[in-house]
Design a binder for this molecule. Structure first.
Ligand SMILES: [Zn+2]
Length: 570
């Protein structure tokens, strides 16, 4: 399909949005729509609206990326602050636009052209928003930013140094047991010192969300939380059934893996921090630096198929990856896109670990999907919901398996074993985070101590290997305070587990018939977000994790696969 683009990322223009200009433009686009009396004229108004919104999100994403690549640049910071202020204003106009369309007498005619799902998305966003909850939304943003800044600004004293959470995290997986223990204790102590404030922030968030839900006519925040995530074809009851499947079929497999791991490490009385160390000889190490890894990724995407080859060469040609850690860069990694240029972008902080390879595969999968979905005419259909998005990225991690000798040399098998066992072990933790949140929003008046006790009871059920004897804050059930999703995006977490169960299916299919599985994957990427999660699975012939028995069917072949690895040589 080859998109024409004659610029590299560094030449993308920085258009700082002006509130006055945006408001004027949006008001005029809305009044144009108001005057429409038929689907034919409305269609034109929608086209104009989409064109402007594409430009706007292109501009705002350029600012976001430039700022995260260089957070110390005052011009980028100012532009980013401007965008943060403008976002709720733009959302408000989007809602006005949706309100007119969903109530229009020509809605049925438009549905024929745009599909039912287009309108269902609008209905859902209208049902989860009303001007009367704007004060709560602003407060919610403030509180989650405060949480982010407490965690982001953590200063943890450790052996004469002062470390942040990600730096101390590295020591928590050290090969030396005493180092792991001390690092975990330092982290536990820091969390204990901030427990009161973090607990209070969460308490306030829970009450705010509960009151928003009640203002909008819901019993509690659960249904509203689902709506905010665009979950249209599954509900809390189905998620509960899915968690029960994970508990019954995955928890025992994970426990076996942990026992094996401890036996191989020779640890008789394991503590929580011991599970962070997978192998006595340490984690697999990439066979070269960033440049080397990008070249291997280029080879891999070229070999996988013509679509992925074109995609990765587009990324390289236009400098659409900022991968290496640098002073002043924002932490973490993400994939975003510039819709006007039909260009994805990958941001990360390479640090010389196996995580770097993961970025090229995982974020690469997100970017490939974005690239292949740009031809979809209706912008709302280009981007799937969050749990669907993770299928593209997590499956790409598995499609990369045959290339691991190139990325890791002799450590290839070690990487594959770690990748698969980590993915399985993640599921019990994922349902812990999910079940906790359902309980919290169904019991909004519970105290902090009760929340911690409930969390601890879930850990005992799903991750019973965790023994917190040396870390008192974790021991009384405060570990959840480290999981940012619980604060920032309620109920967004089970998504990773759902997508993982789907990605496992690609792993199994790929080992049977690589070409067929890859074709199916490319089709899924091109499908974009033209259906909500369950609909997307049906359309693309993937097993639905909510259907009883499906989790077991997916996990069975993986157990066999794990046994094929000779872990004693790692
Ligand atoms: Zn992802």
């Amino acid at each position: 399909m080859k998109y024409e683009l004659d610029m590299k990322f560094e030449d993308f223009p920085l258009n700082v949005p002006s509130e006055k200009r945006i408001v004027n433009k949006l008001e005029s686009l809305i009044s144009d729509l108001e005057e429409c009396g038929s689907a034919l004229t409305a269609n034109l108004a929608i086209k104009h609206w989409n064109k402007y919104m594409t430009q706007l999100s292109n501009d705002m994403n350029i600012i976001y990326v430039r700022y995260s690549c260089d957070t110390r640049n005052p011009a980028y910071k100012k532009a980013q602050d401007r965008c943060d202020e403008l976002s709720p204003i733009i959302s408000n106009y989007s809602n006005k636009f949706a309100k007119i369309l969903t109530k229009a007498k020509y809605r049925k005619d438009l549905e024929k052209k745009y599909g039912k799902y287009y309108f269902q998305m609008m209905d859902a966003s209208l049902k989860s928003f009303d001007e009367k909850i704007i004060p709560e939304l602003i407060k919610e943003n403030k509180l989650t930013s405060e949480y982010d800044s407490i965690l982001g600004g953590a200063e943890i004293p450790f052996r004469g140094e002062v470390l942040n959470l990600s730096q101390i995290g590295k020591y928590c997986q050290d090969v030396d047991r005493e180092t792991r223990k001390e690092a975990s204790q330092a982290m536990d102590k820091w969390l204990g010192e901030h427990e009161e404030r973090i607990g209070a922030i969460y308490d306030e968030l829970v009450h705010l969300r509960d009151s928003m839900a009640k203002k909008l006519g819901y019993k509690n925040f659960v249904d509203l939380g689902y709506l905010r995530l665009g979950r249209m074809d599954y509900n809390a009851k189905m998620v509960k059934g899915y968690r029960e499947q994970i508990a019954a079929t995955v928890v025992p497999v994970a426990q076996k893996l942990y026992k094996k791991q401890m036996k191989e490490l020779g640890i008789k009385d394991p503590r929580n921090y011991d599970y962070n160390l997978k192998f006595k000889s340490g984690n697999p190490k990439p066979a070269g630096d960033a440049k080397f890894l990008v070249n291997v990724a280029h080879e891999m995407y070229s070999d996988l198929g013509p679509e992925s080859k074109e995609f990765f060469e587009f990324m390289m040609k236009h400098d659409l990856m900022d991968l290496e850690a640098r002073k002043g860069k924002a932490p973490g990694g993400y994939c975003t896109q510039f819709p006007l240029y039909k260009a994805p972008f990958i941001f990360s902080n390479f640090n010389g670990t196996d995580g770097d390879v993961n970025v090229l595969c995982h974020e690469g999968g997100h970017a490939l999907q974005a690239y292949l979905s740009f031809p979809i005419k209706i912008p709302e259909y280009q981007n799937p919901t969050l749990e669907s998005c993770e299928i593209h990225s997590m499956s790409m991690e598995f499609f990369a398996w045959p290339y691991m000798e190139k990325f890791f040399g002799k450590d290839a098998d070690k990487y594959r074993y770690m990748h698969l066992s980590d993915a399985i072990e993640f599921l019990p933790y994922g349902i812990t985070v999910d079940e906790f949140q359902h309980w919290v929003y169904e019991h909004p008046n519970a105290s902090h101590q009760e929340r911690c006790a409930y969390w601890r009871s879930l850990e005992e059920k799903y991750t019973p290997q965790k023994k917190y004897d040396d870390t008192p804050t974790f021991a009384h059930g405060a570990y959840w305070m480290r999981q940012s999703h619980i604060f920032g995006t309620p109920f967004y977490y089970i998504d990773y587990t759902l997508a993982q169960v789907c990605a496992f299916q690609f792993l199994v299919e790929m080992r049977k018939n690589h070409e067929k599985a890859w074709k199916k994957y490319i089709k899924l990427c091109k499908f974009g977000g033209q259906a909500p999660f369950v609909g997307l699975l049906e359309h693309n012939h993937l097993r639905n994790p909510f259907e009883d028995g499906n989790v077991a069917k997916v996990i069975k072949p993986l157990e066999k696969l794990l046994k094929e690895f000779d872990t004693t040589k790692f």
